[in-house]
Design a protein around this ligand. Structure first.
Ligand code: ZN
Ligand code: MN
Ligand code: MN
Length: 336
């Protein structure tokens, strides 16, 4: 957080629509105040600072949850994204009290918030193959149970691939699968976020309309949200490098999905061209999007309460600095 006096509410999933400042449909809590007038009154005493988003990175849980938290703090994260199990395997050992305690200690000691989880890339809730889809629903339930036990705010997943059966039937299968997951996880607080995809192969979810259609078909749609991914958006054909194009895209997002449904933004540059439909992440400012595309997101007050997470290539630069630290610094430098 950029400011100790004024910061986005950590309870960003609870914010309710209002009018007034900041422009847009979402109220941010300032020092516990909920209206601009109250915040303005307080601001006479403290120097008013515009809220900035919480920035974070996806970090590995190898060696235990505590390592992800420690590494996150080390590279300058405010918030964090993790896997809640080995994402390359369908089965994983059950969470035990020891794991939960390690997670909670990590969260408490580092103060990273919110924490979001990314679901395994193996699961395909859109699959026309009944066995695969069933297995995927089962795995998604397992992931959501882990999230709930840990206190993870949201579980992000890629809607899946229709594998030639068509976008429409893919959309319906994802929705039916999510209904089944919800039925098996009654009363859970962890939200499920649908991530925008690059549209590689037969991937579902590369147009806002497709995500809106999935949400529309799900009974407990209030338990869902959306995660934007800048690399995926760009690869899918959404250009947001020029201010006017960014404005048009966010307008479209607002009317098709609703800006209050955006609960996370993945900030990744793209190795591939606009509309390439190929998902290859690049370091911030070093890809085909370039810094100017990210300037809009990090300075958009409508997204000031939305956690922004990098999933850029891992490693170290020439001086031995973690590349996540480099990318996060680069993003913060874009704030005006
Ligand atoms: Zn993803
Ligand atoms: Mn992503
Ligand atoms: Mn990706």
């Amino acid at each position: 957080m950029a400011s100790a006096q004024v910061k986005a509410s950590p309870h960003f999933f609870d914010v309710t629509p209002t009018t007034g400042w900041p422009a847009g449909p979402v109220a941010v809590t300032y020092c516990g105040d909920t209206t601009y007038e109250q915040a303005a009154a307080n601001a006479q005493e403290v120097e008013m600072t515009m809220p900035t988003p919480a920035f974070g990175a996806h970090r590995s849980i190898a060696g235990g949850f505590e390592h992800a938290f420690t590494a996150g703090v080390g590279v300058g994260c405010d918030c964090l994204q993790i896997f809640v199990k080995n994402q390359r395997q369908w089965r994983a050992p059950q969470l035990c009290d020891r794991h939960v305690a390690a997670y909670k200690a990590g969260a408490r000691q580092t103060g990273l918030t919110p924490v979001l989880a990314h679901a395994s890339y193996l699961l395909n809730l859109a699959s026309p193959d009944t066995a695969t889809r069933r297995k995927s629903v089962h795995a998604m339930v397992d992931e959501l149970e882990r999230c709930e036990a840990l206190g993870v705010s949201a579980l992000i997943f890629h809607p899946g691939a229709h594998l030639g059966s068509g976008i429409k039937s893919g959309i319906k299968r994802v929705a039916r699968s999510l209904d089944q997951v919800h039925e098996r996880c009654p009363g859970y607080r962890t939200l499920i976020l649908l991530e925008t995809t690059a549209g590689q192969g037969t991937a579902v979810g590369h147009r806002f309309e497709q995500l809106a259609a999935i949400i529309d078909h799900v009974s407990a749609s209030g338990r869902l949200g959306v995660c934007l991914d800048t690399c995926h958006l760009f690869a899918a054909g959404y250009d947001f490098r020029k201010p006017e194009d960014y404005a048009a895209m966010v307008d479209e997002l607002g009317s098709v999905i609703g800006l209050s449904n955006v609960k996370c933004i993945h900030l990744n540059d793209s190795k591939r061209l606009l509309g390439s439909r190929v998902d290859r992440h690049e370091h911030i400012g070093k890809g085909k999007i370039g810094k100017r595309g990210f300037v809009h997101f990090v300075n958009d007050k409508r997204f000031a309460h939305v956690p922004m997470i990098i999933e850029t290539p891992k490693g170290k630069d020439g001086r031995g600095t973690d590349l996540d630290k480099v990318n996060l610094k680069r993003l913060r430098a874009l704030i005006r």
